[in-house]
Design a binder for this molecule. Structure first.
Ligand code: AMP
Length: 305
């Protein structure tokens, strides 16, 4: 079931035209307009790069924009808070939104197109098609968010058909998501290159996230323990510890210093298969999801010598 929010008032054609003549950045709200434009770009031999986002942009998103620019001619940023990837009782309604600010940031980054559709345009009444990458979607974040990745793969597949990119970029912050998208692209033969981009962090190490806005001052200060627990895991690994259970226990001890923390999961997995062996071989990804109060934060770090 798609969860609908009240309709937002669309940008008037004049507003949009004024905006685009001033800054040369186009905003498309309609799917056929976006598709027609994408087709004309393709015909002209130019390469389209897509940066899918849910808006409320920060330096993490901007780094994706800067990175994809290196391998394409036309950068499209989609801004869409996708209802199908939120479960019942999750933060869809209060997810932060500020499209005016997002436009400004995109303009400063010389983004060519912002695709900004309304929910009923993406999911009209009677919408009934979903994509699931079976095995990868039921582990890690998929345990406590069982419908999340189905929503992600569905909206990304739709964006691929609408924006027609040659290349799309995803942040390593959502490590499992990037693996799942790559698998979908491989399994469904999308002719699209998937790139990933490193995690951008605050100066104390907290991974940037639109959800950090929910944290009060104290929780924000404590949230750095997530990254510190990952760094601790890396140090243990580099000192020769290979027992996953021991590393996970050490991480949990650190995270539980946060008084209102609830660990959703701590996993140490093989970077490609996301399988969790008893002993780490050469490399592994340590990944955490933790509720601080009501705010769920995720982070990960590659463990290697
Ligand atoms: P979101 O708007 O949260 O759906 O994120 C859109 C894209 O930005 C996803 O590919 C995320 O992985 C990526 N992203 C979000 N936060 C960061 C970050 N701190 N560093 C790098 N990429 C990020």
């Amino acid at each position: 079931m798609v969860n609908f929010l009240p309709m937002r008032s669309p940008l008037s054609k004049r507003q949009n035209a004024e905006f685009s003549s001033e800054i040369k950045m186009k905003i498309f709200e309609d799917i056929p307009d976006m598709q027609k434009f994408a087709e004309s770009v393709r015909k002209s031999g130019k390469r389209i790069g897509l940066v899918p986002t849910m808006g409320y942009l920060h330096e993490g998103h901007l780094s994706l924009i800067r990175n994809i620019r290196k391998s394409c001619d036309v950068v499209v940023v989609s801004v869409f808070v996708n209802p199908t990837q939120f479960g019942i009782g999750e933060d869809l309604n209060k997810y932060p939104r500020d499209f005016k600010r997002d436009q400004e940031l995109c303009r400063k980054e010389n983004v060519d197109i912002v695709f900004y559709p309304e929910v009923p345009k993406m999911y009209p009444e009677g919408y009934d098609t979903y994509i699931t990458v079976e095995k990868f979607s039921g582990i890690m974040c998929g345990v406590s968010r069982p419908t999340h990745f189905q929503g992600v793969t569905t909206v990304v597949a739709k964006l691929f058909n609408i924006v027609k990119p040659h290349i799309a970029i995803f942040g390593e912050k959502d490590y499992q998501q990037a693996i799942i998208i790559k698998k979908m692209v491989q399994d469904l033969n999308f002719d699209i290159v998937i790139e990933t981009s490193p995690i951008i962090r605050e100066s104390d190490g907290l991974a940037l996230s639109s959800r950090n806005k929910y944290l009060n001052k104290n929780d924000r200060k404590n949230a750095v323990l997530l990254y510190q627990s990952l760094q601790h895991a890396k140090k243990l690994f580099q000192k020769g510890e290979r027992d996953i259970l021991i590393i996970k226990q050490e991480m949990a001890k650190m995270i539980l210093q946060i008084p209102n923390a609830r660990i959703d999961y701590i996993e140490i997995v093989a970077p490609d298969t996301l399988r969790s062996p008893d002993q780490i071989q050469e490399r592994a990804v340590a990944a955490v999801a933790v509720f601080i109060g009501k705010t769920r934060l995720i982070d990960n770090l590659l463990l290697e010598q």
